[in-house]
Design a protein around this ligand. Structure first.
Ligand SMILES: Cc1cc2nc3c(=O)[nH]c(=O)nc-3n(C[C@H](O)[C@H](O)[C@H](O)COP(=O)(O)OP(=O)(O)OC[C@H]3O[C@@H](n4cnc5c(N)ncnc54)[C@H](O)[C@@H]3O)c2cc1C
Length: 527
Protein backbone atom coordinates (compact mmCIF):
# COMPACT_ATOMS: atom_id res chain seq x y z
CA UNK A 1 0.00 0.00 0.00
CA UNK A 2 1.32 3.43 -0.95
CA UNK A 3 1.56 6.33 1.47
CA UNK A 4 0.42 9.77 0.40
CA UNK A 5 3.86 11.40 0.38
CA UNK A 6 5.34 12.37 -2.97
CA UNK A 7 2.14 11.64 -4.86
CA UNK A 8 0.63 14.27 -7.15
CA UNK A 9 -2.40 16.38 -6.30
CA UNK A 10 -5.03 15.29 -8.80
CA UNK A 11 -7.19 18.09 -10.20
CA UNK A 12 -10.34 16.92 -11.96
CA UNK A 13 -11.18 19.21 -14.89
CA UNK A 14 -9.13 21.64 -16.99
CA UNK A 15 -11.71 24.42 -16.83
CA UNK A 16 -10.84 27.90 -15.54
CA UNK A 17 -10.88 26.83 -11.89
CA UNK A 18 -9.07 23.51 -12.38
CA UNK A 19 -6.26 25.22 -14.30
CA UNK A 20 -6.07 27.98 -11.69
CA UNK A 21 -5.76 25.27 -9.03
CA UNK A 22 -2.86 23.76 -10.98
CA UNK A 23 -1.16 27.17 -11.21
CA UNK A 24 -1.44 27.74 -7.45
CA UNK A 25 -0.25 24.21 -6.66
CA UNK A 26 2.74 24.53 -8.97
CA UNK A 27 3.61 27.89 -7.47
CA UNK A 28 3.63 26.23 -4.04
CA UNK A 29 5.96 23.48 -5.21
CA UNK A 30 3.27 20.79 -5.30
CA UNK A 31 2.84 18.49 -8.29
CA UNK A 32 -0.48 18.98 -10.09
CA UNK A 33 -1.87 16.28 -12.35
CA UNK A 34 -4.94 17.56 -14.20
CA UNK A 35 -7.39 15.05 -15.65
CA UNK A 36 -9.72 16.44 -18.34
CA UNK A 37 -12.47 14.55 -20.11
CA UNK A 38 -12.57 16.87 -23.12
CA UNK A 39 -10.17 17.32 -26.01
CA UNK A 40 -8.50 20.43 -24.62
CA UNK A 41 -8.45 23.14 -21.98
CA UNK A 42 -11.82 24.75 -21.22
CA UNK A 43 -13.85 22.00 -22.89
CA UNK A 44 -17.07 22.94 -21.07
CA UNK A 45 -16.62 26.67 -21.69
CA UNK A 46 -16.11 25.90 -25.39
CA UNK A 47 -19.61 24.43 -25.47
CA UNK A 48 -21.04 27.86 -24.67
CA UNK A 49 -18.29 29.68 -26.57
CA UNK A 50 -20.80 31.91 -28.43
CA UNK A 51 -22.04 33.44 -25.15
CA UNK A 52 -20.38 36.62 -23.94
CA UNK A 53 -19.38 36.59 -20.28
CA UNK A 54 -20.74 39.32 -18.06
CA UNK A 55 -17.47 39.61 -16.12
CA UNK A 56 -14.79 41.70 -17.84
CA UNK A 57 -11.36 40.18 -18.31
CA UNK A 58 -9.96 41.70 -15.11
CA UNK A 59 -12.08 39.22 -13.11
CA UNK A 60 -11.61 36.24 -15.41
CA UNK A 61 -7.85 35.70 -15.05
CA UNK A 62 -6.54 34.07 -11.88
CA UNK A 63 -3.60 35.80 -10.16
CA UNK A 64 -1.26 32.78 -10.10
CA UNK A 65 -2.18 32.01 -13.70
CA UNK A 66 -1.29 35.58 -14.69
CA UNK A 67 2.04 35.34 -12.86
CA UNK A 68 2.83 32.11 -14.70
CA UNK A 69 1.71 33.42 -18.10
CA UNK A 70 3.75 36.58 -17.80
CA UNK A 71 6.85 34.94 -16.33
CA UNK A 72 9.89 34.52 -18.55
CA UNK A 73 10.13 30.82 -17.83
CA UNK A 74 6.60 29.96 -18.91
CA UNK A 75 7.98 27.92 -21.81
CA UNK A 76 5.91 29.84 -24.34
CA UNK A 77 7.20 30.62 -27.79
CA UNK A 78 5.14 33.83 -27.99
CA UNK A 79 4.67 36.21 -25.04
CA UNK A 80 1.17 36.20 -23.58
CA UNK A 81 -0.61 39.50 -23.82
CA UNK A 82 -2.90 40.23 -20.91
CA UNK A 83 -6.36 40.96 -22.41
CA UNK A 84 -7.83 44.45 -22.10
CA UNK A 85 -9.28 44.45 -18.55
CA UNK A 86 -12.64 46.12 -19.23
CA UNK A 87 -13.60 43.97 -22.20
CA UNK A 88 -16.12 41.17 -21.84
CA UNK A 89 -14.81 38.03 -23.53
CA UNK A 90 -16.94 35.38 -25.17
CA UNK A 91 -16.52 31.83 -23.96
CA UNK A 92 -14.44 31.10 -27.07
CA UNK A 93 -12.17 34.06 -26.35
CA UNK A 94 -11.75 32.89 -22.75
CA UNK A 95 -10.59 29.51 -24.04
CA UNK A 96 -8.36 30.75 -26.86
CA UNK A 97 -6.81 33.80 -25.21
CA UNK A 98 -6.48 32.47 -21.68
CA UNK A 99 -7.15 28.80 -20.96
CA UNK A 100 -5.20 27.27 -23.86
CA UNK A 101 -2.09 29.44 -23.23
CA UNK A 102 -2.39 28.72 -19.51
CA UNK A 103 -2.51 24.96 -20.08
CA UNK A 104 0.59 25.28 -22.30
CA UNK A 105 2.42 27.30 -19.68
CA UNK A 106 1.50 24.85 -16.94
CA UNK A 107 2.89 21.92 -18.87
CA UNK A 108 5.90 23.60 -20.47
CA UNK A 109 6.84 26.08 -17.79
CA UNK A 110 5.57 24.79 -14.46
CA UNK A 111 6.05 21.03 -14.62
CA UNK A 112 2.35 20.24 -14.38
CA UNK A 113 0.83 17.28 -16.21
CA UNK A 114 -2.48 17.49 -18.03
CA UNK A 115 -4.17 14.41 -19.47
CA UNK A 116 -6.93 15.14 -22.00
CA UNK A 117 -9.64 12.76 -23.24
CA UNK A 118 -9.47 11.09 -19.84
CA UNK A 119 -12.50 10.93 -17.60
CA UNK A 120 -12.48 10.39 -13.85
CA UNK A 121 -14.90 7.56 -13.13
CA UNK A 122 -14.52 7.39 -9.36
CA UNK A 123 -12.53 8.62 -6.38
CA UNK A 124 -11.94 6.61 -3.22
CA UNK A 125 -9.35 5.97 -0.53
CA UNK A 126 -6.72 3.42 -1.53
CA UNK A 127 -7.59 0.30 0.39
CA UNK A 128 -10.64 1.55 2.28
CA UNK A 129 -14.22 1.92 1.20
CA UNK A 130 -16.37 4.67 2.62
CA UNK A 131 -17.34 2.70 5.68
CA UNK A 132 -13.82 1.75 6.87
CA UNK A 133 -12.36 4.16 9.44
CA UNK A 134 -9.19 2.52 10.78
CA UNK A 135 -6.12 4.41 9.53
CA UNK A 136 -8.19 6.07 6.83
CA UNK A 137 -6.57 9.47 7.22
CA UNK A 138 -3.16 8.05 6.29
CA UNK A 139 -4.29 6.46 3.05
CA UNK A 140 -3.74 8.18 -0.29
CA UNK A 141 -6.61 8.70 -2.70
CA UNK A 142 -7.20 6.30 -5.55
CA UNK A 143 -8.64 7.79 -8.74
CA UNK A 144 -10.10 5.54 -11.42
CA UNK A 145 -9.83 6.89 -14.97
CA UNK A 146 -11.12 5.98 -18.41
CA UNK A 147 -9.40 7.20 -21.54
CA UNK A 148 -11.30 7.64 -24.75
CA UNK A 149 -13.72 10.00 -26.44
CA UNK A 150 -14.97 12.97 -24.47
CA UNK A 151 -18.62 12.06 -24.83
CA UNK A 152 -18.77 10.25 -21.53
CA UNK A 153 -19.44 6.94 -23.21
CA UNK A 154 -16.84 5.22 -21.09
CA UNK A 155 -13.95 5.54 -23.50
CA UNK A 156 -12.27 2.85 -25.50
CA UNK A 157 -12.17 0.42 -22.65
CA UNK A 158 -8.88 1.60 -21.17
CA UNK A 159 -9.46 1.94 -17.47
CA UNK A 160 -6.62 2.60 -15.03
CA UNK A 161 -6.07 3.75 -11.48
CA UNK A 162 -3.73 6.40 -10.14
CA UNK A 163 -2.94 7.52 -6.60
CA UNK A 164 -2.96 11.02 -5.22
CA UNK A 165 -2.07 12.79 -1.98
CA UNK A 166 -5.11 15.04 -2.43
CA UNK A 167 -7.94 15.50 -4.94
CA UNK A 168 -9.42 18.79 -6.09
CA UNK A 169 -12.66 18.19 -7.98
CA UNK A 170 -13.14 21.10 -10.41
CA UNK A 171 -15.27 19.16 -12.86
CA UNK A 172 -18.07 21.72 -13.03
CA UNK A 173 -21.73 20.95 -13.57
CA UNK A 174 -22.23 21.91 -17.23
CA UNK A 175 -22.27 18.27 -18.28
CA UNK A 176 -25.18 17.53 -15.92
CA UNK A 177 -28.23 19.61 -16.85
CA UNK A 178 -31.29 19.24 -14.67
CA UNK A 179 -33.99 17.10 -16.25
CA UNK A 180 -37.26 18.54 -17.53
CA UNK A 181 -39.44 16.88 -14.91
CA UNK A 182 -40.66 19.33 -12.31
CA UNK A 183 -39.99 16.79 -9.54
CA UNK A 184 -36.31 16.57 -10.34
CA UNK A 185 -36.63 13.27 -12.20
CA UNK A 186 -36.43 12.94 -15.96
CA UNK A 187 -39.94 13.23 -17.29
CA UNK A 188 -41.33 10.02 -18.79
CA UNK A 189 -39.93 9.58 -22.28
CA UNK A 190 -37.12 12.10 -21.70
CA UNK A 191 -34.22 9.65 -22.12
CA UNK A 192 -35.77 8.30 -25.34
CA UNK A 193 -36.16 11.87 -26.63
CA UNK A 194 -32.49 12.80 -26.19
CA UNK A 195 -32.06 13.69 -29.87
CA UNK A 196 -34.65 16.45 -29.53
CA UNK A 197 -32.99 18.05 -26.50
CA UNK A 198 -30.76 20.91 -27.58
CA UNK A 199 -29.16 21.88 -24.25
CA UNK A 200 -29.60 25.15 -22.38
CA UNK A 201 -27.57 27.40 -24.70
CA UNK A 202 -27.54 26.17 -28.29
CA UNK A 203 -25.65 28.44 -30.71
CA UNK A 204 -28.83 29.39 -32.54
CA UNK A 205 -27.32 32.10 -34.71
CA UNK A 206 -24.05 30.27 -35.42
CA UNK A 207 -23.00 26.64 -35.26
CA UNK A 208 -26.53 25.27 -34.69
CA UNK A 209 -28.39 27.61 -37.04
CA UNK A 210 -29.42 24.97 -39.58
CA UNK A 211 -30.89 22.86 -36.83
CA UNK A 212 -33.25 25.63 -35.70
CA UNK A 213 -34.00 27.45 -38.97
CA UNK A 214 -37.67 27.24 -39.87
CA UNK A 215 -38.37 24.89 -36.96
CA UNK A 216 -40.53 24.99 -33.84
CA UNK A 217 -38.49 25.20 -30.62
CA UNK A 218 -39.75 24.91 -27.06
CA UNK A 219 -37.61 26.79 -24.52
CA UNK A 220 -38.13 25.70 -20.91
CA UNK A 221 -36.86 27.78 -17.99
CA UNK A 222 -36.88 31.11 -16.21
CA UNK A 223 -33.19 32.05 -16.00
CA UNK A 224 -30.90 34.15 -18.11
CA UNK A 225 -29.88 31.13 -20.17
CA UNK A 226 -33.50 30.72 -21.26
CA UNK A 227 -33.74 34.46 -21.97
CA UNK A 228 -30.60 34.41 -24.12
CA UNK A 229 -31.78 31.41 -26.13
CA UNK A 230 -35.22 32.99 -26.62
CA UNK A 231 -33.75 36.26 -27.86
CA UNK A 232 -31.43 34.42 -30.26
CA UNK A 233 -34.43 32.53 -31.62
CA UNK A 234 -36.33 35.82 -32.05
CA UNK A 235 -33.39 37.25 -33.98
CA UNK A 236 -33.27 34.14 -36.17
CA UNK A 237 -37.00 34.50 -36.92
CA UNK A 238 -36.53 38.19 -37.79
CA UNK A 239 -33.70 37.34 -40.20
CA UNK A 240 -35.85 34.61 -41.77
CA UNK A 241 -38.77 36.98 -42.21
CA UNK A 242 -36.52 39.58 -43.84
CA UNK A 243 -35.25 36.96 -46.27
CA UNK A 244 -38.75 35.64 -47.06
CA UNK A 245 -37.74 32.23 -45.66
CA UNK A 246 -40.05 30.04 -43.54
CA UNK A 247 -40.12 31.63 -40.10
CA UNK A 248 -39.24 29.57 -37.05
CA UNK A 249 -41.77 29.23 -34.25
CA UNK A 250 -40.90 29.78 -30.58
CA UNK A 251 -42.77 28.55 -27.51
CA UNK A 252 -41.60 29.40 -24.00
CA UNK A 253 -42.67 27.28 -21.04
CA UNK A 254 -42.29 28.40 -17.44
CA UNK A 255 -43.44 26.70 -14.30
CA UNK A 256 -44.59 29.84 -12.51
CA UNK A 257 -47.53 32.07 -13.23
CA UNK A 258 -45.62 35.04 -14.62
CA UNK A 259 -42.28 35.85 -16.28
CA UNK A 260 -42.21 39.27 -14.56
CA UNK A 261 -39.14 38.40 -12.52
CA UNK A 262 -37.13 37.86 -15.70
CA UNK A 263 -38.55 40.94 -17.43
CA UNK A 264 -37.06 43.10 -14.68
CA UNK A 265 -37.92 46.74 -14.24
CA UNK A 266 -37.63 47.97 -17.83
CA UNK A 267 -36.31 51.52 -18.06
CA UNK A 268 -36.64 51.85 -14.29
CA UNK A 269 -34.36 48.89 -13.71
CA UNK A 270 -31.32 49.53 -11.52
CA UNK A 271 -29.32 47.60 -14.07
CA UNK A 272 -29.86 49.20 -17.47
CA UNK A 273 -28.67 46.20 -19.41
CA UNK A 274 -30.90 43.86 -17.44
CA UNK A 275 -33.76 46.18 -18.17
CA UNK A 276 -32.88 45.98 -21.86
CA UNK A 277 -32.86 42.19 -21.87
CA UNK A 278 -36.16 42.00 -20.03
CA UNK A 279 -37.79 44.65 -22.22
CA UNK A 280 -36.76 42.88 -25.42
CA UNK A 281 -38.13 39.63 -24.10
CA UNK A 282 -41.41 41.18 -22.98
CA UNK A 283 -41.82 42.96 -26.32
CA UNK A 284 -41.29 39.70 -28.22
CA UNK A 285 -43.91 37.95 -26.08
CA UNK A 286 -46.39 40.81 -26.41
CA UNK A 287 -45.83 40.99 -30.16
CA UNK A 288 -46.66 37.29 -30.41
CA UNK A 289 -43.22 36.31 -31.65
CA UNK A 290 -42.86 34.09 -28.58
CA UNK A 291 -45.84 32.10 -27.37
CA UNK A 292 -45.68 32.05 -23.57
CA UNK A 293 -47.13 29.16 -21.58
CA UNK A 294 -47.28 29.57 -17.81
CA UNK A 295 -47.88 27.03 -15.01
CA UNK A 296 -46.38 24.35 -17.20
CA UNK A 297 -45.80 20.84 -15.91
CA UNK A 298 -44.40 18.43 -18.48
CA UNK A 299 -45.52 14.87 -17.73
CA UNK A 300 -44.32 12.99 -20.77
CA UNK A 301 -42.37 13.29 -23.99
CA UNK A 302 -43.28 11.15 -26.98
CA UNK A 303 -40.62 11.10 -29.68
CA UNK A 304 -41.94 10.29 -33.13
CA UNK A 305 -41.91 6.54 -33.59
CA UNK A 306 -40.70 6.84 -37.16
CA UNK A 307 -36.86 6.73 -36.85
CA UNK A 308 -36.67 9.46 -39.50
CA UNK A 309 -39.32 11.50 -37.66
CA UNK A 310 -38.17 14.93 -36.61
CA UNK A 311 -40.70 15.94 -33.95
CA UNK A 312 -41.41 15.22 -30.31
CA UNK A 313 -44.78 15.52 -28.59
CA UNK A 314 -44.79 17.33 -25.23
CA UNK A 315 -47.65 16.33 -22.94
CA UNK A 316 -48.68 17.74 -19.57
CA UNK A 317 -50.59 20.73 -18.31
CA UNK A 318 -50.33 24.50 -18.81
CA UNK A 319 -52.25 27.74 -18.47
CA UNK A 320 -53.28 29.53 -21.65
CA UNK A 321 -55.20 32.80 -21.68
CA UNK A 322 -55.90 32.44 -17.96
CA UNK A 323 -57.28 28.90 -18.18
CA UNK A 324 -55.54 25.76 -16.95
CA UNK A 325 -55.74 22.85 -19.32
CA UNK A 326 -53.91 20.04 -21.03
CA UNK A 327 -50.63 20.69 -22.80
CA UNK A 328 -50.19 18.83 -26.07
CA UNK A 329 -47.50 20.41 -28.18
CA UNK A 330 -45.48 19.05 -31.09
CA UNK A 331 -42.05 20.65 -31.53
CA UNK A 332 -38.77 19.97 -33.32
CA UNK A 333 -36.45 20.88 -30.45
CA UNK A 334 -36.51 21.51 -26.73
CA UNK A 335 -33.97 23.86 -25.14
CA UNK A 336 -34.11 22.94 -21.46
CA UNK A 337 -32.59 25.81 -19.48
CA UNK A 338 -33.48 24.44 -16.08
CA UNK A 339 -30.07 24.62 -14.41
CA UNK A 340 -27.38 22.09 -13.58
CA UNK A 341 -26.49 19.67 -10.81
CA UNK A 342 -23.22 18.12 -9.64
CA UNK A 343 -22.15 14.57 -10.50
CA UNK A 344 -21.85 13.00 -7.07
CA UNK A 345 -22.00 9.37 -8.22
CA UNK A 346 -18.25 9.36 -8.89
CA UNK A 347 -17.68 10.45 -5.26
CA UNK A 348 -19.77 7.71 -3.66
CA UNK A 349 -16.79 6.29 -1.71
CA UNK A 350 -15.56 9.66 -0.41
CA UNK A 351 -16.82 10.94 2.93
CA UNK A 352 -18.40 14.26 2.01
CA UNK A 353 -20.17 16.85 4.12
CA UNK A 354 -22.81 18.24 1.78
CA UNK A 355 -25.86 20.37 2.36
CA UNK A 356 -29.03 18.35 1.72
CA UNK A 357 -30.68 21.16 -0.24
CA UNK A 358 -28.13 22.53 -2.69
CA UNK A 359 -25.59 19.67 -2.57
CA UNK A 360 -22.77 22.12 -1.87
CA UNK A 361 -20.21 21.88 0.97
CA UNK A 362 -22.32 22.41 4.07
CA UNK A 363 -20.61 25.57 5.30
CA UNK A 364 -21.08 27.54 2.11
CA UNK A 365 -24.58 26.28 1.31
CA UNK A 366 -26.53 28.82 3.41
CA UNK A 367 -24.71 31.58 1.53
CA UNK A 368 -25.87 30.45 -1.90
CA UNK A 369 -29.15 28.57 -1.44
CA UNK A 370 -31.55 30.15 -3.97
CA UNK A 371 -34.45 29.44 -1.59
CA UNK A 372 -32.88 31.91 0.85
CA UNK A 373 -31.23 34.40 -1.48
CA UNK A 374 -32.83 36.07 -4.42
CA UNK A 375 -30.08 38.64 -4.21
CA UNK A 376 -27.99 37.76 -1.22
CA UNK A 377 -24.42 38.18 -0.07
CA UNK A 378 -21.61 35.69 -0.29
CA UNK A 379 -18.45 36.27 1.72
CA UNK A 380 -15.16 35.05 0.37
CA UNK A 381 -14.48 31.54 1.53
CA UNK A 382 -11.58 29.16 1.33
CA UNK A 383 -10.17 25.84 2.44
CA UNK A 384 -11.63 25.99 5.93
CA UNK A 385 -15.17 26.19 4.54
CA UNK A 386 -14.55 23.60 1.83
CA UNK A 387 -13.21 20.69 3.87
CA UNK A 388 -14.91 17.31 4.15
CA UNK A 389 -14.54 14.47 6.64
CA UNK A 390 -12.00 12.92 4.22
CA UNK A 391 -9.19 15.47 4.54
CA UNK A 392 -7.48 16.52 1.34
CA UNK A 393 -10.57 16.18 -0.85
CA UNK A 394 -12.23 19.38 -2.15
CA UNK A 395 -15.08 20.42 -4.39
CA UNK A 396 -14.23 23.73 -6.04
CA UNK A 397 -15.46 25.98 -8.83
CA UNK A 398 -18.91 25.61 -10.31
CA UNK A 399 -19.27 22.20 -8.68
CA UNK A 400 -18.72 23.66 -5.22
CA UNK A 401 -22.03 25.53 -5.62
CA UNK A 402 -23.90 22.26 -6.14
CA UNK A 403 -27.30 23.13 -7.58
CA UNK A 404 -27.08 26.83 -6.76
CA UNK A 405 -27.00 28.78 -10.01
CA UNK A 406 -24.73 31.75 -9.44
CA UNK A 407 -21.08 30.74 -9.21
CA UNK A 408 -18.45 33.33 -10.18
CA UNK A 409 -14.90 32.67 -11.40
CA UNK A 410 -13.44 35.15 -8.90
CA UNK A 411 -14.89 33.06 -6.08
CA UNK A 412 -13.37 29.87 -7.48
CA UNK A 413 -9.95 31.41 -7.91
CA UNK A 414 -9.90 32.37 -4.25
CA UNK A 415 -11.07 28.88 -3.26
CA UNK A 416 -8.13 27.22 -5.02
CA UNK A 417 -5.58 29.77 -3.82
CA UNK A 418 -6.60 28.99 -0.26
CA UNK A 419 -6.61 25.21 -0.82
CA UNK A 420 -3.14 25.21 -2.41
CA UNK A 421 -1.85 27.21 0.55
CA UNK A 422 -3.38 24.72 2.99
CA UNK A 423 -1.97 21.72 1.12
CA UNK A 424 1.45 23.35 1.21
CA UNK A 425 1.16 23.75 4.98
CA UNK A 426 0.71 27.54 4.93
CA UNK A 427 -2.32 27.66 7.19
CA UNK A 428 -2.20 31.40 7.69
CA UNK A 429 -2.34 32.11 3.96
CA UNK A 430 -5.10 29.53 3.59
CA UNK A 431 -7.22 31.29 6.20
CA UNK A 432 -6.58 34.88 5.09
CA UNK A 433 -9.35 34.71 2.52
CA UNK A 434 -9.67 37.68 0.24
CA UNK A 435 -11.94 38.43 -2.64
CA UNK A 436 -11.38 41.04 -5.31
CA UNK A 437 -14.94 41.69 -6.28
CA UNK A 438 -16.19 42.56 -9.70
CA UNK A 439 -17.66 46.05 -9.50
CA UNK A 440 -20.82 44.72 -11.04
CA UNK A 441 -21.62 41.68 -8.95
CA UNK A 442 -23.51 38.85 -10.58
CA UNK A 443 -26.61 40.95 -11.23
CA UNK A 444 -24.75 42.38 -14.16
CA UNK A 445 -25.10 39.16 -16.07
CA UNK A 446 -26.84 41.04 -18.84
CA UNK A 447 -24.07 43.52 -19.36
CA UNK A 448 -22.91 41.28 -22.15
CA UNK A 449 -25.98 42.36 -24.07
CA UNK A 450 -25.20 46.02 -23.58
CA UNK A 451 -21.57 45.74 -24.54
CA UNK A 452 -20.43 47.10 -27.86
CA UNK A 453 -19.39 44.83 -30.71
CA UNK A 454 -15.99 44.23 -29.10
CA UNK A 455 -17.53 43.36 -25.78
CA UNK A 456 -16.35 46.58 -24.17
CA UNK A 457 -18.47 48.05 -21.38
CA UNK A 458 -18.14 51.70 -20.53
CA UNK A 459 -17.18 52.71 -17.00
CA UNK A 460 -20.59 54.39 -16.72
CA UNK A 461 -22.37 51.14 -17.41
CA UNK A 462 -20.16 49.35 -14.94
CA UNK A 463 -20.90 51.92 -12.29
CA UNK A 464 -24.60 52.09 -13.07
CA UNK A 465 -24.95 48.36 -12.96
CA UNK A 466 -24.18 48.14 -9.28
CA UNK A 467 -25.69 51.34 -8.03
CA UNK A 468 -28.72 50.98 -5.90
CA UNK A 469 -29.45 47.41 -6.79
CA UNK A 470 -30.03 44.84 -4.13
CA UNK A 471 -26.63 43.43 -4.95
CA UNK A 472 -24.89 46.74 -5.14
CA UNK A 473 -21.22 46.54 -4.37
CA UNK A 474 -18.71 49.25 -3.70
CA UNK A 475 -17.60 51.32 -6.68
CA UNK A 476 -14.10 49.93 -6.60
CA UNK A 477 -12.99 46.32 -6.18
CA UNK A 478 -12.70 45.49 -2.51
CA UNK A 479 -10.35 43.22 -0.71
CA UNK A 480 -12.42 41.39 1.80
CA UNK A 481 -11.04 39.12 4.45
CA UNK A 482 -13.14 37.03 6.71
CA UNK A 483 -11.94 36.06 10.09
CA UNK A 484 -9.29 33.38 10.26
CA UNK A 485 -10.80 30.42 12.10
CA UNK A 486 -8.99 28.86 15.03
CA UNK A 487 -5.68 27.26 14.13
CA UNK A 488 -6.19 24.24 11.93
CA UNK A 489 -3.77 21.55 10.92
CA UNK A 490 -2.32 21.04 7.46
CA UNK A 491 -4.96 18.73 5.85
CA UNK A 492 -2.16 16.42 4.72
CA UNK A 493 -0.59 16.32 8.16
CA UNK A 494 2.44 18.40 7.16
CA UNK A 495 4.16 21.24 8.95
CA UNK A 496 1.92 23.79 10.65
CA UNK A 497 1.99 27.40 9.53
CA UNK A 498 4.67 29.49 11.16
CA UNK A 499 3.82 31.97 13.87
CA UNK A 500 4.70 35.04 11.83
CA UNK A 501 2.33 34.26 8.99
CA UNK A 502 -0.36 33.31 11.50
CA UNK A 503 -0.03 36.73 13.06
CA UNK A 504 -0.22 38.46 9.70
CA UNK A 505 -3.35 36.50 8.82
CA UNK A 506 -4.98 37.42 12.09
CA UNK A 507 -4.29 41.08 11.54
CA UNK A 508 -5.63 40.89 7.98
CA UNK A 509 -8.85 39.32 9.09
CA UNK A 510 -11.92 41.51 9.29
CA UNK A 511 -15.38 40.13 8.82
CA UNK A 512 -17.61 41.53 6.10
CA UNK A 513 -20.11 39.94 3.77
CA UNK A 514 -20.07 41.35 0.28
CA UNK A 515 -22.63 41.80 -2.40
CA UNK A 516 -22.89 38.84 -4.72
CA UNK A 517 -26.44 38.20 -5.70
CA UNK A 518 -27.80 34.74 -6.13
CA UNK A 519 -30.91 33.62 -7.88
CA UNK A 520 -31.83 32.94 -11.44
CA UNK A 521 -28.74 33.09 -13.58
CA UNK A 522 -28.79 29.64 -15.17
CA UNK A 523 -32.31 28.69 -14.19
CA UNK A 524 -33.33 26.11 -11.65
CA UNK A 525 -34.68 22.64 -11.69
CA UNK A 526 -38.39 22.71 -12.30
CA UNK A 527 -38.50 26.36 -13.33
C1 LIG B 1 -23.22 30.56 -20.14
C2 LIG B 1 -22.42 30.83 -18.91
C3 LIG B 1 -21.88 32.09 -18.71
C4 LIG B 1 -21.10 32.35 -17.57
N1 LIG B 1 -20.58 33.60 -17.41
C5 LIG B 1 -19.81 33.86 -16.32
C6 LIG B 1 -19.22 35.14 -16.15
O1 LIG B 1 -19.40 36.07 -16.94
N2 LIG B 1 -18.47 35.38 -15.05
C7 LIG B 1 -18.24 34.41 -14.12
O2 LIG B 1 -17.52 34.67 -13.17
N3 LIG B 1 -18.79 33.18 -14.25
C8 LIG B 1 -19.57 32.89 -15.32
N4 LIG B 1 -20.14 31.64 -15.46
C9 LIG B 1 -20.06 30.69 -14.33
C10 LIG B 1 -18.73 29.90 -14.22
O3 LIG B 1 -17.68 30.79 -13.95
C11 LIG B 1 -18.39 29.06 -15.43
O4 LIG B 1 -19.36 28.05 -15.55
C12 LIG B 1 -17.01 28.40 -15.37
O5 LIG B 1 -16.79 27.70 -16.57
C13 LIG B 1 -16.85 27.45 -14.19
O6 LIG B 1 -15.53 26.97 -14.20
P1 LIG B 1 -15.14 25.53 -13.60
O7 LIG B 1 -13.68 25.38 -13.89
O8 LIG B 1 -15.62 25.42 -12.22
O9 LIG B 1 -15.98 24.45 -14.45
P2 LIG B 1 -16.04 24.16 -16.00
O10 LIG B 1 -15.66 25.32 -16.82
O11 LIG B 1 -17.38 23.55 -16.23
O12 LIG B 1 -14.91 23.07 -16.22
C14 LIG B 1 -15.04 21.74 -15.77
C15 LIG B 1 -14.15 20.83 -16.63
O13 LIG B 1 -14.17 19.52 -16.09
C16 LIG B 1 -14.28 18.57 -17.13
N5 LIG B 1 -14.89 17.36 -16.56
C17 LIG B 1 -16.19 17.20 -16.19
N6 LIG B 1 -16.35 15.97 -15.65
C18 LIG B 1 -15.14 15.36 -15.69
C19 LIG B 1 -14.67 14.08 -15.27
N7 LIG B 1 -15.48 13.18 -14.67
N8 LIG B 1 -13.37 13.77 -15.48
C20 LIG B 1 -12.53 14.68 -16.05
N9 LIG B 1 -12.92 15.91 -16.47
C21 LIG B 1 -14.21 16.24 -16.27
C22 LIG B 1 -15.11 19.27 -18.18
O14 LIG B 1 -14.89 18.71 -19.46
C23 LIG B 1 -14.64 20.71 -18.05
O15 LIG B 1 -13.58 21.01 -18.93
C24 LIG B 1 -20.89 31.34 -16.60
C25 LIG B 1 -21.44 30.08 -16.82
C26 LIG B 1 -22.18 29.81 -17.96
C27 LIG B 1 -22.75 28.42 -18.15
Amino acid sequence: MTTAQNLPVVVIGAGPVGLAAAAHLAERGLEPLVIEAGDGAGAAVAQWGHVRLFSPWRYDVDAAARRLLTSAGAGRTEPWSDPEPDTLPTGTELVEQYLVPLADALVNGAGAQIRYRTRVLAVTKDGADRSRSLGRERLPYLVRLATGPADGSGGTGTVEEIRAQAVIDASGTYGRPNPLGTSGLPTLGEPESARFLAGALPDVLGRDRDRFAGRHTLVVGMGHSAANTLLSLVELAEQEAAQGAPVSRITWAIRGGSPRRLYGGGTGDDLPARGLLGTRLRDAVEAGRIELLTRVAIDRLEPSTDPAGDTVRVLGSARRDGDDGALDLTVHHIAAATGFRPDLAMLREVRLDLDPVVEAPRRIAPLIDPNLHSCGTVPAHGEAELTHPDAGFYLVGMKSYGRAPTFLLATGYEQVRSIAAALAGDRAAADAVELNLPETGVCSSDLALAADADGRVSPDELAASGAGSCCAVPAAPQQVSIGAPPARANPLGGAPADAASAASAASAASAGPVGFSTGVMHGRSGD
